[in-house]
Write a protein that binds this ligand. Structure first.
Ligand code: HEC
Length: 133
């Protein structure tokens, strides 16, 4: 049993570093979910700031009318060393990406979309976010 656990512990980091999975996650985050549009601050020129990639941002847009209840003016840091990761861990993150529900069961607050990625996509996104420091 102990040998098995040890083996699993050795294999897990190997899975986490699968470059193909991380690349798929990058594609889903950068080109499909457009997560960086909200989760990355912009430079003075209005471009996404690569030096603060996915580190959370103050949103630069608002609804024209009254914002919906619970409207957030900021988005959190999604990189692996963030408070959010420390609080949630992988299982909560996977659940959130595939249901749009937080660990408490509350829905994503606007304007965060309620994504319902399938399991392979959610896992790829998870690996990509984990690779961001
Ligand atoms: C339109 C803007 C927008 C986009 C696009 C967006 N987010 Fe968000 N996200 C937010 C805002 C605003 C919050 C804060 C809302 C909240 O805490 O409920 C947030 C919160 C989160 C949270 C934390 C939720 C919580 O309850 O603390 C995670 C995880 C997250 N986003 C992941 C993602 C991922 C992954 C993508 C892309 C697949 C993405 N977001 C795309 C705006 C966005």
């Amino acid at each position: 049993m102990r040998t098995l656990l040890l083996l699993a512990a050795c294999l897990l980091p190997a899975f986490a570093a699968d470059p193909k999975l991380i690349e798929r996650g990058r594609y889903l985050v950068e080109d499909v979910g457009m997560c960086a549009d909200c989760h990355t601050p912009k430079t003075d020129k209005g471009e996404l700031d690569r030096s603060k990639w996915m580190k959370g941002a103050v949103l630069d847009f608002m609804p024209i009318g009254t914002p919906p209840p619970g409207w957030h003016k900021t988005s959190p840091d999604l990189t692996s060393t963030s408070r959010l990761w420390a609080k949630w861990g992988e299982l909560s993150m996977l659940k959130y990406l595939s249901t749009g529900l937080s660990p408490k069961g509350t829905p994503a607050g606007p304007p965060m979309p309620m994504y319902k990625f399938n399991k392979p996509d959610a896992e790829a996104i998870l690996e990509y976010l984990k690779s961001l420091k």
